[in-house]
Design a protein around this ligand. Structure first.
Ligand SMILES: Cc1ncc(COP(=O)(O)O)c(C=O)c1O
Length: 396
């Protein structure tokens, strides 16, 4: 394991009310050169101290909320282990995510399973390893859980509408909150204990006030479910905490403070456990990609630069997650910049990383840094064209 000091985060203000955070590499170009010499490129650099800082900030601002890191964002042990050491719990969706979590040190009683539509194999494998919290959102899933794992604690997922989220996570899953009491009662009749209500406001939720809107709906559903006989004791507020890409986002502290106030206003009178499942907000900023320019040409009057990483690799987040990654060239402010196309290494014409960022005239062999590469990047990378998936290197 290599150790390098991490760069400090640039503090920026965009309005009079909230400080914002911008996309910032966790290493300098000098450090990147050293790492590239030792490990080659493309390499994803995981900063353990950035992960720890993010976890600690969330806990400081949301002291009554237990964090269940959403392993789907990045289930690499280099991410899971530092979060385990900080005291996080974990949200898994599959047996393989569970296995990664075990490898990182988590015990099954620190895990919840949040997939609302599981295969029976997935359900049984995770149950047999010891997970006892499983999610449902419809009659079919209630039947499945009641038949195969009737002694578990059930999480009933509500659909959530959010105007500021980049990705709607309720198009596919989550029951209408007004249907929740009937579903909870049905689960009860089938011998299940619905102990938790959950929702997800949508990923990359830019406005924390969207949580307040959903929390108000969740409180109505909560009261109605309790009246219908559900033994509710946990509220799960899901993920959605945003990360900075080419556009900055509200500072994590400010964001969590809004959320904390909304929780107090909506559920503050209830003596319940509150948990969250942050994925992106926890891990995205802790990882920076080092990629190398491997070729260049001029096409249609524009410079094209070809990298050794593209949308079939860590930039897959551009496709599946709509992430707009910022490309950092060394001393870019001191070199003339112009419009250009930056493409990935595969034979696919679709493998283009950027068409709207102005960059200096890059040289073959030059390194680029791409921050905010921790969430939904390597998790969805493939080895298409026989190319290697980026290696992962941890730093302090
Ligand atoms: C059930 C569930 N929980 C948590 C997450 C993590 O969300 P985010 O990365 O926006 O925090 C997701 C993302 O898909 C999810 O589906």
């Amino acid at each position: 394991m290599t150790s390098f000091a991490t760069q400090s985060v640039r503090p920026v203000r965009i309005d009079n009310h909230h400080s914002v955070r911008v996309s910032t590499p966790v290493i300098s170009f000098d450090q990147a050169r050293e790492l590239a010499r030792e490990f080659g490129t493309p390499t994803l650099v995981v900063s353990r101290s950035t992960l720890a800082r993010t976890y600690q900030t969330m806990k400081a601002e949301l002291p009554n909320v237990e964090m269940f890191y959403a392993a789907k964002a990045n289930s690499d042990v280099s991410i899971l282990r530092p979060l385990f050491l900080e005291g996080s719990s974990v949200d898994v969706c599959s047996y393989r995510e569970l296995q990664s979590a075990l490898l990182a040190g988590f015990k099954p009683d620190q895990m919840i399973h949040t997939h609302p539509c599981k295969t029976i194999q997935n359900l049984m494998d995770c149950y047999n390893e010891g997970i006892r919290w499983f999610t449902v959102d419809c009659t079919g899933e209630i039947d499945k859980v009641a038949r195969y794992t009737p002694d578990v604690n059930v999480i009933l997922r509500l659909a959530a509408a959010s105007s500021s989220s980049l990705i709607n996570l309720s198009a596919k899953f989550g029951c209408d909150p007004t249907d929740a009491p009937a579903l909870a009662a049905e689960a009860g009749r089938k011998g299940l204990s619905v102990r938790c209500l959950s929702f997800h406001v949508g990923s990359q939720c830019l406005n924390p006030e969207d949580f307040r809107t959903m929390l108000t709906r969740a409180r109505q559903a909560w009261d109605a479910c309790v009246a219908a006989g559900a033994p509710l004791e946990v509220l799960d507020i899901g993920g959605g905490f945003p990360a900075p890409y080419r556009t900055g986002v509200m500072s994590l502290s400010d964001y969590c403070r809004h959320l904390s106030a909304a929780l107090d206003a909506t559920f503050g009178d209830l003596p319940i456990r509150i948990i969250a499942e942050p994925g992106r907000g926890m891990c995205a900023e802790a990882v920076t990609l080092i990629t190398r320019v491997v070729g260049k040409s001029v096409r249609g009057g524009l410079p094209w630069f070809f990298l050794d990483e593209g949308i079939y690799g860590s930039f897959s987040g551009k496709l599946f997650d709509y992430s707009d990654f910022e490309l950092f060239a060394e001393a870019a402010d001191m070199r003339p910049r112009s419009a250009c196309v930056v493409a990935g290494p595969t034979c696919d014409s679709h493998d283009v990383v950027s068409t709207d960022q102005e960059l200096p005239e890059l040289e073959v062999g030059e390194l680029l840094l791409v921050p905010t590469m921790g969430a939904y990047t390597s998790a969805s990378a493939s080895g298409f064209n026989g190319l290697d998936i980026a290696r992962v290197v941890e730093i302090d």
